[in-house]
Design a protein around this ligand. Sequence first.
Ligand code: ADP
Ligand code: MG
Length: 661
Amino acid sequence: AETVVDGVNLVEQEELSVVQLPTAKTAFEKLQSDRKTLPVYPYREELLRAINDHQILIIVGETGSGKTTQIPQYLHEAGYTSRGRKIGCTQPRRVAAMSIAARVSQEMGVKLGHEVGYSIRFEDYGMLLREFLGEPDLASYSVLMVDEAHERTLSTDILFGLVKDIARFRPDLKLLISSATLDAEKFSDYFDSAPIFKIPGRRFPVEIHYTKAPEADYLDAAIVTALQIHVTHPPGDGDILIFLTGQEEIEIAEETLKHKTRGLGSKIAELIICPIYANLPTELQGKIFEPTPEGARKVVLATNIAETSLTIDGIKYVIDPGFVKMKSYNPRTGMESLLVTPISKASANQRAGRSGRTGPGKCFRLYTAYNYYNDLDDNTVPEIQRTNMANVVLSLKSLGINDLLNFDFMDPPPSEALLKALELLYALSALNKQGELTKVGRRMAEFPLDPMLSKMIVASEKYQCSDEAISIAAMLSIGNSIFYRPKDKQVHADNARSNFHMGNVGDHLALLKVYNSWKDTNFSTQWCYENYIQVRSMKRARDIRGQLEGLLERVEIEKTSNPNDLDAIKKAITSGFFPHSAKLQKNGSYRTVKHPQTVQIHPSSGLAQVLIPRWVVYHELVLTSKEYMRQVTQIKPEWLVEIAPHYYQLKDVEDHLVSKN
Ligand code: ADP
Ligand code: MG
């Protein structure tokens, strides 16, 4: 058995020989001495003892106390990585996983990807959850730390159930559940009364300010507040953190702030604007952690990621508009939506707390005190109770967990959502009538995708177009950031885009065409610029496609290409998306076939501009001003009966047949 190289020694040697001697050493030494100033440090021995004495430990400590970056290092130093074993630490957010892994490798003085690494999926879908498929007892791990447990994401909640079970037959596995809030009793109760280890935090008083009246435009109010702070307080006083709901809002705020500070010229101190959100390119993510230069002030524009996952030093002012983008799911219609929603009181308090870490802070809530006390919920509803469960049910079934109604959930999902998921998986032939996984289902479970996409890929074998199916799936996984439409060049952008829709092929085939055209240019960046395509998104699609290609091999689906038979490709799409069919109405809107509701083709669809198809399948429904179908492809109604005879009967598609004759 080999031992893991001691990271610290390794780095010192590396740095001494490569970089200028004195500075390199000081930087590294500073990192080491900084580690010792974190609130968790005085509890190092006590914590290691508690972990040694108990199999499961709940660890609670303020954000920034050093739980995530330090505890895995303590465990490593204490020998938990000997004999090639691993320490796992799960993060609900991709960006946090990357940034924390980078930080820990820096502190240990090792190259990222060697002693310290991270794995992320291309979907926000628990990576560890997928590792279970290959290693159900997590044999290679000595410790598993389920971090940010209070966030109660879907993956975290499922992990709870799985690791609790594993702990029973792997007495040597240590389980740490770490969290920032104080509701530790609930976690302890769930984990068979596991002891709670509290890391006393430092917390300075935070002054809370509310607005006197509700704000009509919180984005504008946030910007005005930030500028007010900036001009009325000296920059050395502290940095500003603004919580916004997503990339789009952050980009608008960034532009507006730049514009306004330019207007003020040299009358004010420099304001350094640092955005942080999930899709921010990795090379830009580090900027938020760079120390603010003397005489300047940093303003961080962040999504909820800065609420607890990432700690940014030096924040004195928090601006909290009180909103978050949150997923919700309606099991009756099967519709999932991402809506800007008011935060909970717990969230508001976490946000305020970000300002009081290094000294007394101030939090500006852009809502009224009345609002806070009377309208906000106490806690955020766990994701498991507001999401589509199809994906999770398929994963659990493939882990051999059949009785989902009796799965040990900390808070169970609504039974309606479970039933809906089972129904869908049965319709996709992933489960049989007894609810057992079929061969199709087993293959589908290998793909870390929505079950409908997985089904499309598995079905593409029959239509000899697996090559096209994985390209389409990869492009759909990117979301809506493929096409780029700058305000001053909208006409050019739309023209470029319409080229891909030539022949009214539908959105799926247009995406395929984008991918293949890019590939034909040997992945040229210039080509992307010329066609108003986001090169970053395309690179991600290429990575995802690569992973899917590997998975095809794993489930033994031959890679075959059938580029000219568009109907074959559309039939593969329909094999996955037949539950999402809709039919044109006399008034020009559409009606979904199975659970009838009125929907429209999204204006961004290529089909919306040119042709009005009678029958379509769509990728997803989104609710904005209306209920829109996004990513739409025209189909022939008889395909529905041909492909899914157990789901559609002739009468479902017959009025079309009648009216045609
Ligand atoms: P916790 O998990 O308890 O919230 P962390 O371990 O994430 O705390 O953070 C501890 C400290 O490490 C933070 O206060 C911050 O100073 C520092 N830190 C964490 N991540 C980074 C990073 N990527 N870059 C620079 N400093 C970081
Ligand atoms: Mg943490």
